[in-house]
Ligand binder design. Structure first.
Ligand SMILES: *[C@@H]1O[C@H](CO)[C@@H](O)[C@H](O)[C@H]1NC(C)=O
Ligand SMILES: *[C@@H]1O[C@H](CO)[C@@H](O)[C@H](O)[C@H]1NC(C)=O
Ligand SMILES: *[C@@H]1O[C@H](CO)[C@@H](O)[C@H](O)[C@H]1NC(C)=O
Ligand SMILES: *[C@@H]1O[C@H](CO)[C@@H](O)[C@H](O)[C@H]1NC(C)=O
Ligand SMILES: *[C@@H]1O[C@H](CO)[C@@H](O)[C@H](O)[C@H]1NC(C)=O
Length: 498
């Protein structure tokens, strides 16, 4: 309030002063604008011998003050000392410069009203140690003509994140798979700061050479590089500067299936699963024998959203021999395409290792197999690390199952000598053999370590415990033909009621 009153007073005074001469100046300006520079120059150089009043009068009559630039932009960093100029041409002694911060008066002439600022002899405004609060629109208004210059002062954050040398603080970026990008976190603080990066809340450890200057290099960008990157300039204060950038990565679809081999039976139906992740959004379709499958009585498609991926399921009805074979799931988006192959057959699916327990030298392992047809046989291979040949145990399964959920559990128990072992399983149904399961690796510890507890151990579940086991430091023990009765005892296949 007081400031406004004060300003008003000045305006009135100046207005009055100016008003007395208003008309002659107006006329002069209209007619003889060109002469100004000449007069001005002459007076400056030679020093007119007339009294001090004469030149002033002459100038007032000749031209009003003006700014060469009406809008100026200043970018400063916190802590900078900023000088905002008020570089009016034809500024005369009778002119007064007033400084405004947006609508608020900061200074009149050389008198600063606000103690944040200081007005210099040439009317420039000086702000020491600028902060974010100083960022604003500043106006230098030259009275009485009321010509003004606008200066936009922006004060950058105390910290900024640069991506490939562009400021991306608190913004988002889209990268493409395979690209290379550099993220730099920079602080503008007088004190030394410890730059800390994190991705999705997890602390990132930059390469040692980059650690000091807060640089993260993303080479060969891929899906896992997407997320929220945060940078903290730890200066030991309670309110350290920080910033973030959200990175989106576009990549060609990643396609997989959890069942590469799908078992089915004549007249039944089959489901083939195609799982994929993609950004941007992708489309998927199935191909058999080079032809894209379209929806029909035989084929239907189901699209579902899962947590980690999207799934397209192909349902094949009334399966006959001609439906068997290889199916291709093709997924494509704007970036590229990928495929997964799925085999449909009457043979058992590839056995999947389920779990195992080790008790002293005795190991009990479980696998799951899917086969709508009865399993007739299972075969287990095992070997010690370093041995090139597999030892084999096989069983002829005669046990009948009562339900046709199609999942079988294979359990095997054996005694082995200490060492790192590998085991794999394949099964046979009425139509043929499955593939071997992937190796399951397990470690049998030295007998001394845990010998005592062995004897009383009871195998889990429906397993028939056998006195049969294979103890071998080398692989010769099991290569001989075995009696079927013994083998059934050692190796059991049972239906799981699911
Ligand atoms: C005004 O003076 C300050 C300090 O002497 C200087 O930095 C600034 O450039 C001057 N402004 C003009 C327009 O000459
Ligand atoms: C600048 O301002 C900041 C915050 O207002 C303050 O902590 C710092 O001490 C100041 N620095 C100087 C040199 O005045
Ligand atoms: C200037 O003041 C007006 C009203 O007080 C406000 O709406 C505007 O945001 C201010 N401008 C800046 C740059 O702070
Ligand atoms: C799954 O599909 C939806 C659209 O149907 C899409 O928004 C989403 O990003 C996809 N998810 C993945 C992991 O690809
Ligand atoms: C393995 O069997 C061979 C005979 O086939 C025997 O000479 C050797 O000592 C056995 N090794 C171990 C570790 O039992």
């Amino acid at each position: 309030m007081r400031a406004t009153t004060w300003m008003l007073l000045i305006c009135l005074l100046i207005g009055q002063f100016y008003g007395e001469r208003a008309s002659p100046i107006g006329e002069e300006n209209g007619e003889d604008y060109q002469d100004d520079d000449y007069d001005y120059g002459g007076e400056d150089d030679s020093g007119n011998s007339d009294g001090p009043l004469a030149p002033i009068l002459e100038d007032v009559q000749s031209s009003p003050p003006y700014f060469e630039q009406s809008d100026v932009v200043i970018d400063a960093k916190p802590g900078d000392d900023v000088i905002i100029n008020c570089d009016a041409r034809n500024f005369e002694i009778k002119n007064v410069a007033m400084w405004y911060k947006n609508r608020t008066v900061l200074a009149t002439g050389q008198n600063a009203i606000n103690n944040r600022v200081e007005v210099m002899r040439n009317n420039s405004l000086r702000i020491s140690n600028v902060t974010a609060e100083d960022a604003d629109d500043y106006y230098c208004v030259v009275l009485p003509q009321d010509v003004r210059q606008h200066t936009k002062l922006s004060v950058g954050a105390r910290l900024s994140i640069l991506c490939d040398d562009r400021d991306v603080t608190d913004r988002s970026q889209t990268f493409k798979q395979g690209d290379r990008h550099k993220l730099v976190c920079r602080t503008y603080l007088p004190t030394k700061t410890d730059i800390k990066w994190s991705l999705n809340g997890q602390r990132l450890q930059p390469a040692p050479s980059d650690a000091a200057n807060g640089v993260i290099v993303l080479d060969n960008v891929d899906e896992e590089n997407a997320g929220v990157y945060q940078c903290l300039g730890d200066d030991g204060s309670a309110d350290p500067p920080h910033g973030m950038v959200t990175v989106d990565v576009q990549y060609s679809p990643k396609v997989s299936t959890h069942r590469h081999h799908v078992n089915t039976q004549e007249g039944g139906s089959a489901e083939l699963y195609c799982d994929y992740r993609a950004n941007p959004i992708a489309i998927s379709f199935f191909i058999k024998d080079g032809k894209t499958l379209s929806l029909s009585d035989k084929y239907s498609i189901r699209n579902t959203l899962h947590k980690e991926h999207n799934r397209t399921t192909l349902v094949i009805k009334h399966v006959e021999a001609s439906d068997l074979g290889e199916y291709l799931c093709h997924v494509e988006n704007a970036i590229g395409s990928n495929e997964v192959r799925i085999q449909l057959s009457y043979r058992p699916e590839t056995p999947q290792y389920e779990d195992s327990s080790i008790d002293g030298k005795q190991v009990t392992m479980h696998w799951l197999v899917r086969s709508l047809q009865p399993l007739s046989e299972a075969m287990l291979d095992y070997r010690l690390t370093g041995s090139y040949t597999w030892s084999t145990v096989s069983v002829i399964q005669t046990q009948r199952h009562d339900k046709d959920s199609g999942i079988w559990k294979i359990t095997h128990q054996m005694e082995l000598s200490p060492g790192l072992w590998h085991a794999r399983v394949k099964t046979k149904n009425t139509q043929g053999w499955s593939n071997f399961s992937p190796d399951h690796d397990f470690h049998i510890k030295d007998v001394e370590d845990s010998d005592e507890i062995d004897d009383g151990a009871v195998p889990p579940g429906d397993l028939v415990r056998a006195g049969f086991g294979v103890g071998s430091g080398n692989n010769s023990a099991c290569t001989m033909g075995m009696l079927p009765g013994l083998m059934i005892a050692a190796f059991s296949i049972a239906m799981l009621r699911l």
